[in-house]
Design a protein around this ligand. Structure first.
Ligand code: GAL
Length: 677
């Protein structure tokens, strides 16, 4: 943790608890009730001002800070720290009315228009000028207000814009990247379809982004869009820092968000922060949440992160929005903390009466303090307070999974592939889920991460990997690591050009085989597969026409034109080992093979024998470890036997090795630091 975050943790006395607070929607009498109820609920942090630009600057250059002064003072008097947002995610109507060119032009060629939020082109110099203006005013006024504990820059950076200003900025970005047009033409393979550029001015954003489009241009546009948004963040961050630089500065990210490369953003923040709304209708939404939490812990190399937004109960953005049944909010919050979140924050404190999100749940619902939700919020506040000792602790893993935005874009955004219906997220989750079920701790890595701490690296459908990443992965295996890779990995370079000398150009030696052709399966094709040990499996969706070199077949096809050829390959390389899936196996066979490879790599298996519905995770600091056991089953009680007991921070009770968990129940056992379970 950096010193700014340490100071924040110290200030809130452990974990942050609270949420978005929008007092501009309410009269002053309500503010007083808010502070009273916040105190009752144990709230120590309020995120103020997220969409308040129009209330702070109702006309250009005319500011109304009186209400915010009063709210800051009230919160401070109530002992509640403020996470102060720059309001730049919602430009006021006067701005877009004066300068309609600020509206982002959307993928369909139409301007976004007013009435939602995020109505800005991140490359617009006018937007940036006005955003800098309001940010400067806020920083001038509140940098030294005693309530200020953190800066929250804008909100969920997002828009992809196809404006003229974006083209100008895109050209600037390309000039910085390529230096001269010759290199760009080479990288983009512009001789194909005669697309050679002779002047920078000829290059535009891929406006009307058809699927038939130069794939390197599309890819660079994705990279550029992430960077253009990041420029907006950095500009505002630097303004607030110029007034005072001991307060942490963050922004909030979204779950599986494709338009911003979080690996590039994370180093620019004091902590990464996540907004997440697991859908209670999806039975495995807590597993994908666990992956997100592992990703967020990994983005800054194992530092605790911030759960910036979640819901207390139902949301309002989907077709059917079901409530979180009693106990689910608590369990979901503890799950985030178990994977190194140092906060439990919500959108939002008080439910809005009008506006698009009038039916979105809140800490304080429409039905007021005498409600199931508020009672659960008060109870949770007490527990979050009791979890103060876990703040700052983190987790380590021996297994890493590659999650890379460039690979994601290459696979899903550039088209013209043997199949154009890949889902990168599905593929990542297919690899992550068996590890989660078996309670293996997992870190998430990028192509630039150090792989030295790991025994096993999973590489799901990594179609595009840059040369550096390839070198790092190759070295990892040479030095003794185990790689588990799935098909269509290592195919193209960072410019989306097929790597030469047979597929998969980057990893032919690693997998010990050459692939002649990629065979997309027909919709109803199912192939029978048999493993060396006699296990049988089925394969669908994809087959590599693979020719073994140094590799050996772990499993072969029993039928079809590829009968007797390899479906799963194992290869030794240097002191390491690679297991390569050349097809899509049925889930059970895939999971078994993956877990066998993990086990033979010698990865420690904590919590062996604990059923999958009891999620197990451990956070550690120098003195203690904190064992989280979370029963996701709403009906079944389960007993878990640990090798050593400790104190359950939630109940305050001393517990022995045998721990009884009721339905949806949880324990957080603090015990002295010791070797893994
Ligand atoms: C987030 C957003 C919040 C609120 C919430 C609803 O994406 O930052 O302002 O809209 O979703 O779930």
């Amino acid at each position: 943790m950096n010193s700014r975050m340490e100071a924040f943790t110290h200030r809130v006395g452990g974990l942050a608890y609270g949420g978005d607070y929008n007092p501009e929607q309410w009269d002053p009498a309500v503010w007083r009730e808010d502070v009273r109820l916040m105190r009752e609920a144990g709230v120590n942090t309020a995120t103020l001002g997220v969409f308040a630009w129009a209330s702070l600057e109702p006309e250009p250059g005319k500011y109304e800070f009186g209400w915010m002064d009063e709210v800051m003072d009230l919160l401070h008097a109530g002992g509640i720290s403020v996470n102060l947002a720059t309001p730049t995610a919602a430009p006021p109507v006067w701005l877009t009315h004066l300068h309609p060119e600020v509206f982002p032009i959307m993928a369909d060629g139409q301007p976004f228009g007013f009435g939602n939020r995020l109505q800005y082109d991140p490359s617009s110099p006018i937007y940036r000028e006005y955003a800098a203006g309001i940010t400067t005013k806020l920083a001038e006024r509140y940098s030294f207000h005693p309530a200020l504990a953190m800066w929250h820059i804008s909100n969920e950076y997002g828009p992809t814009a196809y404006n003229e200003a974006s083209s100008v900025n895109f050209r600037r970005w390309l000039q910085r990247k390529y230096g001269d047009l010759g290199s760009l033409n080479e990288a983009w393979t512009t001789r194909f379809w005669g697309q050679i550029y002779t002047d920078w001015e000829q290059i535009e954003v891929p406006n009307i982004p058809r699927t038939w489009m130069n794939p390197a241009r599309r890819l660079d546009f994705k990279r550029f869009t992430s960077d253009a948004l990041l420029e907006c963040y950095i500009a505002e961050r630097d303004i607030v820092r110029s007034f005072r630089d001991d307060v942490p500065v963050v922004t909030n990210f979204m779950r599986f968000y494709r338009n911003a490369d979080y690996w590039k953003w994370a180093p620019e923040e004091d902590a990464v922060a996540l907004d997440i709304y697991p859908n209670p209708l999806e039975s495995d939404s807590h597993v994908s949440a666990a992956f997100q939490y592992d990703l967020f812990r990994s983005l800054k190399g194992g530092q605790p992160w911030l759960l910036m937004e979640q819901s207390s109960s139902a949301v309002s953005q989907w077709k059917v929005n079901v409530v979180k049944e009693p106990g689910r909010m608590r369990l979901g919050s503890l799950q985030a903390v178990s994977r190194a979140a140092d906060s439990v924050l919500f959108f939002q404190w008080r439910a809005s009466r009008g506006g698009h999100e009038r039916f979105h749940s809140a800490m304080l619902p429409h039905s007021g303090a005498d409600s199931r939700t508020f009672r659960e919020i008060v109870d949770l506040g007490r527990e979050v307070k009791a979890l103060a000792p876990v703040a700052g602790s983190t987790a380590q893993a021996e297994i890493a999974i590659l999650f890379d935005w460039n690979g994601w874009w290459g696979l899903e955004e550039t088209f013209g592939l043997p199949r154009n219906d890949f889902s990168y997220v599905e593929s990542v989750m297919r690899n992550y889920t068996p590890l989660w079920k078996a309670h293996y701790p997992v870190d998430v890595v990028s192509t630039a991460s150090s792989l030295a701490p790991y025994k096993v690296l999973l590489i799901p459908n990594a179609y595009l990997i840059d040369d550096d990443g390839v070198a790092r992965i190759t070295e990892f295996v040479r030095a003794g690591g185990t790689v588990i890779m799935s098909f269509f990995s290592g195919v193209v370079d960072e410019f989306n050009r097929v790597r030469p000398d047979g597929y998969p150009g980057a990893f032919r030696e690693l997998i010990g085989a050459k692939i002649d052709e990629y065979w997309a399966a027909r919709p109803d094709e199912v192939f029978n597969v048999e493993f060396g040990d006699g296990r049988t499996a089925t394969a669908t969706w994809w087959r590599d026409d693979i020719h073994l070199e140094t590799g050996t077949a772990l499993a072969t096809y029993r039928d079809g034109i590829l009968k007797d050829r390899a479906a799963v390959v194992a290869n030794r390389y240097g002191s390491g080992r690679v297991v390569y899936f050349a097809t899509l196996l049925d889930e059970e066979s895939f999971d078994t093979t993956l877990l066998q490879a993990v086990e033979s790599a010698g990865a420690a298996k904590p919590f062996d024998g604990v059923p999958a519905h009891v999620e197990c995770a451990v956070r550690r600091n120098d003195d203690h470890e904190f064992v989280f056991l979370l029963n996701h089953d709403a009906e079944v009680s389960t007993t878990v036997t640990l090798s050593a007991g400790g104190t359950d921070l939630l109940s305050g009770r001393t517990v022995s090795g045998d721990i009884e968990l009721g339905p949806l129940d949880a324990v957080v056992i603090q015990r002295p630091a010791r070797p893994a379970e």
